[in-house]
Design a protein around this ligand. Structure first.
Ligand SMILES: Cc1cc2nc3c(=O)[nH]c(=O)nc-3n(C[C@H](O)[C@H](O)[C@H](O)COP(=O)(O)OP(=O)(O)OC[C@H]3O[C@@H](n4cnc5c(N)ncnc54)[C@H](O)[C@@H]3O)c2cc1C
Ligand code: FES
Ligand code: FES
Length: 1365
């Protein structure tokens, strides 16, 4: 501490209006940990811990004394150090409303619009919206776009969230969101009356005045289009918002205090003057200066860094001020990115255009820089000083010639230009350890200067760059001759680099085609990239540098043509389009469904879009997930010790250092589970709880550290040293497995003589396709709490598991007790998607072992990176096929070998493979089929169930084959597909007869609804006129078999308890993970019991209420449990019948009372097993694996930027057969959510593994799931009407998985667009495009004059950074 300074050692801040004073706060704690652990405010969630998901969003408020106003901004509580809250007010989701005190408008609208499914993202989304409203009570949809860039949701597909909040914007319509929505004009669109006889006009809408929960279009048809009624929303009243603590307004001493907060390992300083700051940096040259902590926080959390001294310079004027100077703007190093945006926008709006070209480029770049929460917290200084090679600002600042002012106590101030000399190596620069970056000068541009920046990422919003660039050119007035050129690139070297030789060589040249030719050749020399370069995608990255320059070249040419029209030709229309920047538009949508039949009792909720039963609690943060449960006083926390080798013998485990950590209770490993107890496995016992002698993948559990708290356990777990001896072979990829013939017993479905069928085919095509894996990315990671009862081996496990019975069984086995001593309880999960069906036991079993051994409760919630590494995901698949067909496109024969990458244990891989084989026909008659499946055993973590369970892969390959046949025959895809579609009575390749087949109805309706044919013509026209942007439109159908293919799983139980007051407690075997199962089950019970849904409650799923349940999976939970609930409720009603007959005008309560006093049992169990299914016999090709099939069809149109590989989904139309929907809101939510998840699978989500099998993409920073802006700009969903399903409860149909497959339409639309680009180059129309269709794959498939310049490295001559598994 500097002399003569009084330091404050007590942290003071406000949370939800209450003052918090803490003199023993640990500077290592984040705000999130503090809120959840110390203040027990558990509404704010931990989804990733790295600022990438937004589940932890809270609002910070401070008083801006200079402008005398309160400032509100959203931040990620998982990165914000709690000690940085001094003098601030924090508002969490609990602070704005609750179900007891009343919901805030934001909470209510999100919940009522069906925008909350599992609810784990919901508090964060609520807080982003709330912050926006506090800053702007009437925002636009564009503002929403900006505020949600840092929030992810894995369940909803975002549409209902945006629609719910639309009602709070200036664009509130209560309608579909289209510009000319009839609600805007108060008119009903003419199409409303003609819907049944003609196509929906999608340039308009199809809505009606709101009259009730479910609304019909014209009073005559059976169509409804209103899932919630905005007119019922409570108005938003800003005056009711929580007030900024008056004390913080009055007192300025908190702002001026020199803060010194000491923890066991870290001290935090907040100086208030520059001299104090420089003094501290001299005393502690290794200290980290933290502003947003968005870099440092991630390093501490995920790279195990400890920085003993942290200095926070946010209260030093010099570092927070902004100076407008003649030559440019000077930003203090601690100015946040949001403030920079505001300042530069102001400059752009007020200064002459030519002066602010750099500013415009910075603004554009900031639009794509991280999420709003990060931009609100992070500073420009942190971005520069971190020196990340993919920093977004550094290329712009270098190309612009920004100047930095550095200061130190001993050396005074000095200025350095950000040029090629500034960065000296990976995350290193010329700034001395004792120096501080004080400010950054960003210059104005001059009349003859032009400036642009570019960035390409995996996902447009909130993603780090693959490559980015800043370009500045200065030309001689009147001639267009280059007098200066600056080009800086990120993502091409360990630092941001300048293309020095190109810059030099081009000076003196005219801006013409020869310059372009020279520049692209020179750039390749200036920016070499080793084929093994970290980050991979080497050819793509090189191509991007050329594409960016080409775009810049065109833009400059366009600019010059305006200045020198005699000398420079204007851009053509297609060139103009190539230079256009991507702009978001507010999405529009429609949802159409069948209205309930006339005369249905108003109490009967079946078929009505009622709200998810937990939605309101989820929106207020009151919904309890496992990690929100209060702690026991003697509770311990567990952390996992994981293998770091793919295949190795364990020589020795050294626990000594870990055991020295204070607070460590015990370390468990294989020695603690002797013999059989250590053997586990969900299907076959081929796994170990703790690896004993060898490990077979990276991420396998070797030990478990149990300690007093999370931080201690995690710290100690990193100190356990395992010594290995590697074992050969190491099998990582499917290709490796094929080479080693490493698979479980292959299986074949064959329905005839394929050779004979090929011989009668006009044409035969062969091909192959690979589809990558997918991470579940449920927002709530694995969380479990094991509570031993210390009596007779009893243990209660609170678990985030889709499969309580299997969990119970595996825990009992490991503890060597009968199943009846273990109770597994599941209240809700923050998403599951199959990832919590079997792999949760990898976590829940060992912590139960620890809890039982120690006789104390043990809790765990995995970090996001651990969860991703340990639990496996969707199987990558490879398909090799041969198809025979006629010249007209009629399919004759199909022969397929499919391989999945199962990982190191069997788990569900063979069942997943079977499902892929069963789905391989998709919706078509193929004639003779022979398909052989191989589940490949590799050294990856075991892959497992994931929504669709092999279906999305099988169907994807089919569509690939169809699209290639169409391309080969030069026929429209629809023409080929249509003639082969299944009809009722057809027989599948696995010999099941199709009954009530509605696929053609879905197909035809979606063709009409989407106006497929005229739009296809328009797409062709667009493609004719444009070279650098291409469009594609694709239609895909889907057929999906419903039932577990393991026949015994097709059973379910329920328990109904009616209490004397008439309230009903319902239990059934299914778990709630956001899919709305409990809501549907309550609806079923409500219809049978004829009482309102409010009287029925589901508390949890528990093995002591309903035993021997099947996992909530296979889309079958509503079918199975619904029938069991119906059965149980019917029994109750039968028992009540005499009382109803005796007193027909009586009330429910009266009948219950009567029955009770007559000693009639008021609880009943229900049971159901699916009739008429028999599994499938591969040898005899017979059986009936499925109860029925679900059908649907989708049309998607996309636009592809052929120069960068970027794409936008312009529009999707879906028609889905869900039978008579139990709840259209939930079903449409499932369709939209599944489709969006499929969109991620097929186009964006890419798991990268190192050649050694180490997962490189371990969090939202590197693994990209779709965000708000990735959904179709226009998204229309309709449920097929008049298609009751006789095979399931109340004629409904399963919905959870099938719509995911429809996202293949996005992939095939992209492929079509790429095909159009390739056609321009004269390339063959039949080509292979593997999935996902990432920007890299798209760009490299769109070969052109730029990609031709790039030489490919010969495979085998280098070690790639990542491999395709
Ligand atoms: C989810 C997420 C998304 C991101 N997205 C992007 C993105 O799209 N593009 C991008 O470029 N970056 C991105 N980042 C990186 C990061 O947000 C930025 O680099 C940010 O600008 C860092 O600022 P900060 O204030 O949080 O830095 P801090 O973490 O507080 O500090 C970072 C480093 O800078 C040093 N430092 C800070 N100020 C000074 C100073 N005045 N003098 C000397 N040293 C100083 C610190 O000592 C520390 O080493 C992302 C980060 C996260 C977590
Ligand atoms: S938990 Fe903070 S952003 Fe994910
Ligand atoms: S509701 Fe958004 S992640 Fe589940």
């Amino acid at each position: 501490m500097p002399q003569n300074v009084d330091s404050c050692t007590t942290l003071v801040f406000f949370v939800n209006g209450k003052k918090v004073e803490d003199s023993s706060v640990d500077p290592e704690w984040t705000l999130l940990t503090y809120l959840r652990t110390k203040l027990r405010l558990c509404g704010t969630k931990l989804g990733c811990g790295e600022g990438g998901c937004g589940a932890c969003t809270v609002m910070l408020s401070s008083y801006d004394r200079a402008h005398e106003k309160v400032v509100h901004y959203s931040v990620n509580a998982c990165l914000a150090p709690v000690v940085a809250m001094h003098g601030l007010a924090v508002t969490t989701v609990e602070g704005i409303g609750s179900t007891t005190t009343g919901l805030h408008a934001v909470q209510e609208r999100l919940a009522r619009s069906h925008g909350s499914q599992c609810g784990f993202c919901t508090p964060g989304i609520v807080m982003s919206m709330y912050t926006l409203l506090r800053n702007n009570p009437k925002p636009s949809m564009a503002d929403l776009d900006e505020y949600f860039t840092g929030n992810l949701c894995r369940c909803t597909g975002y549409r209902p969230i945006l629609e719910g909040f639309r009602s709070l914007t200036s664009e509130a319509t209560g309608g579909c969101g289209k510009v000319n929505c009839c609600r805007n004009s108060g008119q009903i669109s003419p199409e409303a009356n003609t819907y049944d006889s003609g196509p929906v006009d999608n340039t308009s809408c199809n809505t009606n005045e709101v009259t009730g929960i479910a609304n019909d279009l014209n009073g005559e048809t059976d169509v409804c289009d209103v899932l919630c009624d905005p007119s019922q929303f409570k108005p938003y009243d800003p005056s009711q918002d929580i007030i900024f603590p008056p004390e913080l307004k009055i007192r300025n001493d908190l702002d001026n205090q020199y803060l010194e907060l000491r923890g066991p390992r870290v001290t935090f300083y907040r100086p208030t003057s520059l001299s104090q700051l420089l003094h501290l940096k001299t005393l502690h040259p290794a200290a980290k200066i933290i502003v947003g902590n968005t870099e440092v926080g991630v390093e501490v959390k995920f790279k195990n860094q400890v920085y003993p001294v942290l200095i926070n310079p946010t209260n030093i004027d010099r570092l927070t001020s902004i100076q407008l100077e003649e030559s440019g703007v000077v930003f203090g190093a601690s100015v946040t990115l949001t403030t920079i945006e505001d300042t530069l926008r102001d400059q752009v709006n007020t200064q002459p255009e030519h002066r602010t070209r750099v500013f415009s480029a910075v603004l554009e770049m900031l639009r794509w820089f991280a999420g709003k929460q990060i931009r609100n917290a992070a500073a420009i200084g942190g971005n520069i000083m971190t020196g990340s090679p993919i920093s977004d600002l550094n290329p712009l600042l270098m190309a612009a010639g920004a100047t930095l002012t550095l200061g130190s106590q001993g050396g005074g101030e000095r200025q350095v230009v950000m040029d090629q000399h500034f960065f000296t190596g990976y995350r290193r620069n010329i700034v001395k350890p004792e120096e501080v970056l004080l400010s950054v000068h960003i210059p104005y541009t001059q009349q003859d200067e032009y400036f642009l920046g570019y960035k390409q990422a995996r996902r447009r919003d909130d993603d780090i760059a693959i490559v980015n660039a800043g370009f500045r050119v200065r030309v001689r007035p009147g001639s267009g001759e280059v007098t200066r050129l600056d080009m800086a690139f990120g993502g091409m070297a360990p630092t941001t680099v300048m293309a020095l030789n190109t810059m030099k060589e081009l000076v003196g040249r005219l801006w013409d085609a020869s310059l372009l030719e020279a520049a692209t050749s020179l750039l390749l020399q200036d920016l070499p990239l080793s084929p093994s370069a970290p980050g991979g995608m080497v050819e793509y990255r090189r191509a991007l540098t050329l594409s960016f320059f080409f775009k810049f070249y065109l833009s400059v040419r366009g600019w010059l043509s305006e200045r020198l029209p005699q000398q420079v030709a204007p851009l053509t229309k297609e060139e103009e389009l190539a230079t256009q920047i991507h702009r978001h538009t507010a999405p529009s949508s429609t949802q159409l469904f069948q209205k309930v039949p006339p005369g249905q009792s108003p109490v009967d909720p079946i078929g009505r879009p009622i709200t998810h039963t937990s939605a309101l609690k989820q929106a207020t943060g009151e919904a309890v997930y496992v990690d929100d449960m209060p702690t026991f006083s003697n509770e311990l926390y567990a952390a996992m010790v994981l293998s770091t080798r793919p295949h190795a013998k364990i020589l020795n485990i050294d626990e000594s250092e870990a055991l020295k950590v204070e607070g460590v209770e015990r370390i468990f490993c294989a020695r603690d589970l002797p013999g059989e107890r250590n053997i586990t496995g969900s299907v076959v016992p081929d796994e170990e709880v703790f690896a004993s002698e060898k490990v077979t993948c990276v991420g396998q559990l070797v030990g478990l550290v149990v300690a007093k708290d999370r931080a201690t356990a995690q710290r100690a777990s990193k100190l356990v040293k395992i010594h290995y001896q590697d074992i050969e072979p190491v099998i990582i990829t499917i290709q490796d497995a094929i080479h080693e013939k490493s698979w479980w017993e292959p299986c074949t479905i064959c329905n005839g003589d394929t050779e004979a069928a090929f011989s009668t085919s006009d044409h035969i095509l062969e091909g192959e396709m690979h589809l990558g894996g997918q991470e579940h990315f449920y927002l709530e990671t694995n969380a479990h709490l094991a509570v031993p009862k210390c009596e007779d081996g009893e243990l209660e496990l609170f678990s985030s598991s889709q499969n309580p019975t299997k969990t119970q069984e595996l825990v009992a086995k490991a503890l060597n007790v009968p199943n009846n001593r273990i109770v597994c309880r599941v209240k809700r999960m923050g998403g599951g998607f199959g990832g919590k069906e079997t792999r949760t036991s990898v976590v829940s079993v060992p912590i139960s072992v620890a809890a039982a051994a120690l006789g104390r409760p043990v809790r765990i919630m995995l970090d996001r990176d651990e969860d991703m590494v340990i639990t496996g995901g969707r199987h990558p698949f490879l398909c090799r096929w041969k198809v025979g067909f006629t010249t007209q496109g009629k399919f004759r024969a199909l022969e397929v070998d499919i391989y999945n990458n199962a990982g190191c244990s069997l788990d569900l891989s063979v069942s997943v493979l079977h499902r892929a084989m069963f789905t391989l026909d998709n919706a078509y008659k193929w004639g003779v089929v022979r398909v052989t499946g191989y589940a490949c055993k590799t050294n990856l973590p075991s892959n497992t169930a994931f929504r669709g369970f092999g279906g999305p892969q099988g169907m994807m390959f089919t569509e690939d084959i169809v699209s290639r046949i169409a391309a080969f025959l030069n026929l429209d895809y629809v023409q080929v597909a249509e003639q082969n579609l299944y009809e009722s009575g057809d027989v599948t390749h696995f010999n099941q007869v199709m009954e009530n087949c509605t696929v053609r109805r879905c197909w035809e309706e979606v063709l009409t609804q989407s106006k497929y044919h005229p739009r296809t013509a328009a797409v062709h026209q667009f493609n004719k006129e444009n070279r650098y942007k291409k469009r594609g439109i694709s239609l895909v159908p889907v057929k999906f078999g419903i039932s577990f293919t393991a026949t015994f799983l097709n059973q379910a139980g329920a328990l109904v308890c009616v209490y004397i007051d008439g309230s009903v407690l319902l239990s059934h075997g299914g778990t709630e993970m956001g899919q709305g199962l409990h809501t549907k089950m309550i609806q079923v019970a409500s219809r049978v019991l004829k009482i309102p849904t409010e009287q029925i409650y589901i508390a949890e799923t528990s093995t002591d209420k309903v035993p021997n349940t099947s996992p909530s999976a296979a889309s079958a939970s509503s079918d199975l449990n619904g029938m069991a609930v119906l059965d149980a409720c019917t029994k109750i009603m039968e028992r009540l019948q005499p009382y109803i007959e005796k007193n027909p005008k009586g009330t429910w309560k009266e009948w219950i009372k009567g029955a009770y006093f007559d000693r009639v049992s008021l609880s009943a169990t229900g049971f159901y097993k699916t009739p008429n299914i028999s599994g499938y016999n591969f040898e005899r090709n017979e059986g009936r694996p499925f109860n029925y099939f679900s059908y649907g069809a989708a049309v998607t149109e996309v636009e592809v930027d052929c120069l960068t590989g970027d794409h936008s989904v312009l529009r999707t139309d879906i028609v889905m057969d869900v039978g008579d929907s139990l709840n259209p809101a939930i079903d449409i939510g499932q369709i939209e959510g599944a489709f969006t998840q499929g969109l991620g699978l097929y186009t964006m989500e890419e798991l990268c593994y190192s050649p050694e099998g180490v997962l490189l993409t371990r969090g939202p920073g590197t693994y990209k799931i779709p965000g708000f802006q990735d959904i179709p700009k226009e998204f229309n969903v309709s449920l097929l009407r008049g298609a009751p399903n006789p095979k399931a409860v109340f004629s409904s149909k399963a919905v959870g998985e099938p719509p995911l497959l429809l996202a293949a339409s996005v992939f095939y639309a992209i492929k079509q667009a790429v095909g159009a680009a390739r056609a321009d180059q004269g390339l063959h129309p039949v080509f292979q495009l593997d999935a996902p269709a990432t920007s890299a794959r798209i760009r490299m498939a769109c070969q052109d004059f730029l990609t031709k310049k790039i030489e490919s490295a010969t495979p085998g001559t280098f070690k790639p950074w990542s491999v395709i598994v």
